[in-house]
Design a binder for this molecule. Structure first.
Ligand code: GUN
Length: 297
């Protein structure tokens, strides 16, 4: 029987276990604060950011939201980040990616104070992660690790194949699964658009992570018997629904499920974990900046 990995349930557990840390902070007179910055009119980005703000409210994190018109000069975004860096009530800063073309996204990531970089995208934090000394694990890869652990999927000694080499998911997840740690110690292969004979590689995976942003392109033929399939994709495809679209992953769920031992659905798999791990990093950020020891799940 294939076990469907319930991301909503695991995310709820993470949120629940964070409440104790938030109470510890409150007792020390600290309310954790997260600033989100949106410079885009992409409806998906708008939805993600508003969900992140709602999550904050639910767990007792102060949310600040800054919205900039996509036409705004880039300097204004850099100045906004500077202001948030200097605001002691803001412990975490997240600039929703992608930003418009006239903005230098590398400069944006460098501009965020690394201690407030709850995405873990600042070069200092990327370097720390690669070196095995992470401060903030990027939310989606960390969420994937938590899901695997929650379902007792061993990474140690496993062949993990990641399809997609993005800076947000593929690269950091590859590094995390490679670390000499209980939730790492995998043999990691990273595949991408130029990979030769992709199916041969994905079929060999004990843990197959689809993070390429291509709707339903990993099908059952590409999944080995008994694999754990983690679908990071969130693709809007036209559909005869009220909204005019539906969300599908990078995995063709029905055919992949026939082969897999464990599989994450879309929605309800990795997505809720990304949001929960952002709260986790924000609580961690508040503890670090306010010198309060917080227990983290
Ligand atoms: N865009 C897509 N995923 C992410 C994420 O995890 N963080 C930010 N800042 N932008 C994103």
């Amino acid at each position: 029987m294939t076990e469907v990995i319930d991301g909503d349930a695991v995310a709820a557990e993470v949120r629940e276990s964070l409440t104790e840390s938030i109470e510890t902070l409150e007792a020390a007179g600290v309310t954790p604060g997260l600033a989100t910055v949106l410079m885009s009119d992409d409806p998906a980005s708008e939805t993600y950011v508003s969900m992140k703000q709602r999550d904050c409210e639910e767990v007792g994190i102060d949310g600040v939201h800054v919205e900039l018109d996509p036409e705004t000069p880039a300097e204004e975004l850099y100045d906004t980040i500077e202001d948030l860096n200097g605001d002691p009530s803001v412990h975490g800063i997240l600039v929703q990616m992608p930003v418009p073309d006239h903005v230098d996204d590398r400069r944006v990531l460098r501009a965020i104070d690394p201690v407030k970089d709850v995405d873990g995208f600042h070069p200092e934090n990327v370097g720390r992660l690669v070196a095995g000394n992470d401060r903030y694990r990027p939310c989606t890869p960390h969420g994937v690790q938590k899901l695997l652990a929650a379902y007792d999927v061993e990474t140690e000694g496993a062949d993990a194949v990641i399809v997609g080499r993005s800076d947000i998911v593929g690269k950091p997840l590859a590094n995390l699964l490679l670390q000499k740690r209980e939730d790492g110690n995998a043999t990691v292969t990273v595949c991408h658009s130029r990979t030769d004979d992709l199916a041969a590689k994905t079929r060999d995976a004990d843990i197959l992570v689809a993070a390429a942003g291509r709707p339903e392109f990993i099908d059952g033929e590409m999944v080995g018997e008994g694999a754990t399939v983690v679908d990071v994709g969130v693709n809007r495809v036209d559909a005869d629904t009220e909204k005019g679209y539906e969300l599908v992953g990078d995995v063709d769920y029905d055919s992949a499920r026939e082969k897999a031992d464990h599989i994450t659905p879309v929605p309800g798999g990795v997505g809720p974990m990304t949001r929960a791990m952002l709260l986790y990093n924000t609580v961690k950020a508040a503890g670090l900046q306010e010198d309060v020891e917080v227990a983290l799940p």
